[in-house]
Design a protein around this ligand. Structure first.
Ligand code: AMP
Length: 254
């Protein structure tokens, strides 16, 4: 049965018992509004580990626009049902005060890759992400933590942080889950109007089919997307676009 804990102390008490019994712990951090993409992370943790911990925390410090934070979907009852169906044992649902006991006086900042791509368009975003992921990894004390490749830049930055600070949790990347029409699942997709939803799959289609990043930018603009960026890095093509007030990100192998 799924247990809900709200404090670091309550999770640590459970964790001590699991450690004493020699059980491995898999951790899946989320912001809730869960969908089938999150479910594959739970499934992977369930497959690999004895105990599955998830967290649901809409982290205020990673939002560069307050309206995005205010309107971020919050669906905890439905989230609990989905987590129970995918074998999550414990969900950590902290308050902002529990996560930020000294406000934002202490942060984790990366000074290179976090300035590029999404970081160039969302000032402070990755400092907010890395700070909360550092806190959550320290709290979880897990053997493995699971992150989606949909947020490719985030995954690379978390891997770098774990290496830089000698954290002992293994970071596991999981493939992007898509709608049948190719649109990457995202908690923000519910905000798309019917017309925007009809256009949205073209984002993934153009990332896949354009011969180079400049052509992809041009085609997306012609289709009606406001393009933040499309860039080819190593063997991936990454992009971010806006449809109305909704921002979509995606990436594909090249
Ligand atoms: P979020 O709740 O959006 O912060 O996402 C929590 C985790 O789920 C992150 O590691 C995301 O990369 C991952 N995730 C979100 N959407 C997808 C998706 N469509 N496929 C795979 N993983 C995803």
């Amino acid at each position: 049965m799924l247990r809900t804990v709200h404090t670091v102390a309550a999770w640590r008490a459970l964790r001590a018992a699991h450690h004493a019994a020699g059980r491995t712990i898999g951790f899946v951090p989320t912001m809730g509004a869960l969908h089938a993409g999150h479910a594959t992370l739970f499934d992977a943790a369930r497959r690999d580990c004895d105990v599955v911990l998830a967290s649901v925390f809409v982290n205020p410090t990673q939002f560069d626009e307050s309206t995005d934070f205010d309107t971020y979907p919050r669906t905890l009852d439905a989230d609990r049902t989905l987590m129970a169906a995918h074998g999550v044992d414990v969900v950590f649902v902290p308050s902002v005060a529990e996560m930020y006991p000294n406000g934002t006086a202490y942060t984790v900042q990366e000074d290179a890759f976090s300035r590029e791509l999404c970081g160039a368009h969302r000032p402070g975003h990755f400092t907010g992400v890395l700070t909360v992921v550092m806190k959550l990894l320290q709290i979880a004390g897990a053997d493995r933590a699971y992150f989606g490749e949909k947020d490719w830049q985030q995954l690379q930055l978390v891997r770098g942080m774990v290496q830089a600070f000698c954290l002992e949790t293994e970071i596991v990347g999981c493939p992007t889950v898509r709608e049948p029409d190719g649109l990457a699942l995202s908690s923000r997709n519910v905000r798309l109007s019917p017309a925007e939803r009809a256009l949205a799959p073209q984002f993934h289609a153009v990332l896949n089919s354009a011969p180079d990043a400049a052509t992809a930018r041009q085609r997306l603009t012609e289709l009606g997307f406001a393009v933040d960026y499309v860039e080819d890095i190593d063997r991936r093509r990454l992009g971010a676009v806006r449809l109305g007030s909704t921002r979509l990100i995606d990436n594909v192998a090249r």
